[in-house]
Design a protein around this ligand. Structure first.
Ligand code: THU
Length: 136
């Protein structure tokens, strides 16, 4: 079921808030992510960087690991907030694709607080690696 307007608005507000908590002193690129599960719960995450640069963790994956730790595993919608409305990196796309057949991914520009693009997960990562391929 697609998210309601009210759910989308809650996701956007949540992602905008958590973007402010990003720990990104090296890139100064703040990312906030929020997701809605098929059970109607919302989880969020921000990017967390490190002096050892390669250890940076993306906002999207932090939101997902929080979801899983809370006992949920199916995404119904996701919001990513950056300055300019950037899209998720390849690593995040692969991890996102693990937790839902297909779902909308809303990109939000923190400058305008508006949605700049709506992707379907299947279009963000066509041909994603999956258990089906591993077990073939
Ligand atoms: N980043 C994310 O949080 N999500 C993405 O999808 C792309 C990049 C973060 C990682 C790093 O902290 C900063 O943005 C700059 O690359």
């Amino acid at each position: 079921m697609p998210p309601s307007q009210q759910q989308i608005e809650s996701l956007v507000q949540t992602a905008l808030l958590v973007q402010q908590r990003a720990y990104a002193p090296y890139s100064n690129f703040l990312v906030g992510a929020s997701l809605l599960t098929t059970t109607g719960k919302i989880f969020h995450g921000c990017n967390v960087e490190n002096a050892s640069y390669g250890l940076a963790i993306c906002a999207e994956r932090n939101a997902i690991t929080t979801m899983v730790a809370e006992g949920e595993a199916t995404i119904a919608a996701m919001v990513v907030v950056t300055k300019g409305g950037g899209s998720p990196c390849g690593a995040c796309r692969q991890v996102m694709s693990e937790f839902g057949d297909n779902f909308p991914v809303y990109l939000v520009d923190s400058n305008t607080q508006g949605i700049t693009h709506i992707w379907q997960m299947r279009d963000l990562l066509p041909g994603a690696f999956s258990l089906i391929q591993r077990d073939a």
